[in-house]
Design a protein around this ligand. Sequence first.
Ligand code: SAH
Ligand code: SF4
Length: 374
Amino acid sequence: MSHRAANNPFNLLGRSLEELREFVQSLGEPTYRADQIYHALYAERRFDVASMTNLPAALRERLARESAITLPQVRRRYESSDGAVRYVLALDAPENAGAPAGKPATVEAVFMPEENRQTICISTQAGCAVDCHFCLTATLGLIRNLTAGDIVGQVLMALHDQRATLKPQTNVVLMGQGEPLLNYDAVTAALRILLDPNGMAITPKHTTLSTSGIIPGIEKLALEKVRPKLAISLNASSNAQRDAIMPINRKYPIEKLLEACARYPLRPWEHLTFEYVLLGGFNDAPEDAARLAKLVAKLRVKVNLIPWNPGDLPYEKPNPARIEEFRRILNEKSIPAFVRYSRGQDVMAACGQLAVLESARNTSGPSLSQISGV
Ligand code: SAH
Ligand code: SF4
């Protein structure tokens, strides 16, 4: 790998320890310098080589010339009345310079403080190609895949921005824009850093990857040494219904998806999560709950019911009595089911609402009233 073309500094962010070792060797430095950089960047969250005081001054100066740490830049910060913060982030890493003209190099992340922990929801692609009809991100189409640095950078940026009030535990959910298993290599490279006890030290139990059900990706993930928990966006109780809202179901239909889930090697502490977006009058009937219960009966699962978050799309919020009835039917069949009200709805930070288009030149960003649905 050629590290340093003229004016093209080597971006340290998103690199594995092996890649950093190769880089420091190319500078004629001993490999343990890479370990020091890795620790300073991911464990100590130092984003400026000048502050990596464990390195000799001469090396710091050289790194300042020949490398970069290109974090996502906060373009806008929207604070919800419930404490959630939605970030609109510009991704300007040098390796992204080839982004298609006119397409925004922005993405979104959401920080959700809780009593003893924080949950950070991050994006894995700008936009999404999967085209679920109830999801605003789908209206963007796929803008581009994020790099491992873009993905890790969202967590680093959010932790840094919120450093004054951080709680001891951090949860990470890959549930922002994009389908993580359609950007497999960058997502798994990022996860290796996020879940590395010597890196960002987030535990696998506190990290969840959510997929629309990309079976080959699920099968690959099953073989990874380091992997997060897995959530599957089922969202329907029959193929006809799923076909109507998730075109991906024609490629990976429910029965095949459930077979892949049955083969998935769960760790002793682990269960699968099935997400089920409740669309009022569409998939929230008691018969749907009964069918869903049958579908998942043989699996070690928990069901998260997500009442649909409005956007400018032709669906309706489910009625609260139907939501409760749906949950009760699942519980009656011994299936753990929880209603997850998304946070940050007033700033369009909730599930399926991440879709702000901002051009790289527009630094002011849209006002809240310009964001559909607010
Ligand atoms: N692409 C991945 C992860 C991002 S979407 C996936 O689809 O799983 C995260 C979750 O939000 C999914 O379960 C999805 O079904 C849900 N979702 C999408 N749009 C929504 C909306 N408008 N209201 C509520 N949940 C939504
Ligand atoms: Fe993509 Fe997930 Fe939205 Fe479907 S629900 S369009 S997979 S982000």
